[in-house]
Design a binder for this molecule. Structure first.
Ligand code: 4NP
Length: 154
């Protein structure tokens, strides 16, 4: 199974989701069976490490994002990944436009599928520290449910 998380810049939300899911897969003994990656709809931060505020907030909860580097989502991703999960509606619209017809990947809004109460992970880029904590709270809850789905699908 291959899972790709997508946000706008690939320096805040989707790298956080990548780090959280990878950690939870390790804990569940599924790390070898699921490949996790992240990308941005923009090319603004290609090659860059995650935002220092995202790294700091994630590390405080045990997730090390330091090895990740920004990349842009591509049409080919729809053939490589089984599940492509967008952080907000705008990301989803951009991915819909990129998606080739008949593509293998299932495309969805991450929280609509796994969280419930809220359906977008708010962009924390222009926020204070509280925004980054909220991103982590939402992503941790949704990743717990995603791991259950992945277990069932493997
Ligand atoms: P992300 O957050 O989409 O969660 O990575 C953002 C990062 C950078 C920018 C916007 C959102 N930016 O405008 O550069």
């Amino acid at each position: 199974m291959r899972v790709l998380f997508v946000c706008l810049g690939n320096i805040c939300r989707s790298p956080t989701a990548e780090g959280v899911l990878r950690h939870k897969l390790l804990q569940a003994g599924l790390a070898e069976q699921v490949e996790v990656a992240s990308a941005g709809t923009s090319d603004w931060h290609v090659g860059k490490p995650p935002d220092a505020r995202s790294q700091r907030a994630a590390l405080a909860r045990g997730y090390d994002l330091s090895a990740q580097r920004g990349q842009q989502a591509r049409r080919e991703d729809f053939a490589r990944y089984d599940l492509i999960l967008a952080m907000d509606q705008s990301n989803l619209r951009n991915l819909n436009a990129l998606q080739p017809t008949g593509a293998k990947a299932e495309l969805d809004l991450f929280l609509r599928r796994y969280e419930g109460a809220v359906d977008e992970v708010p962009d924390p880029y222009y926020d204070g520290d509280q925004g980054f904590e909220q991103v982590l709270d939402l992503i941790e809850q949704a990743c717990d449910r995603l791991v259950i789905e992945l277990k069932g699908r493997l």
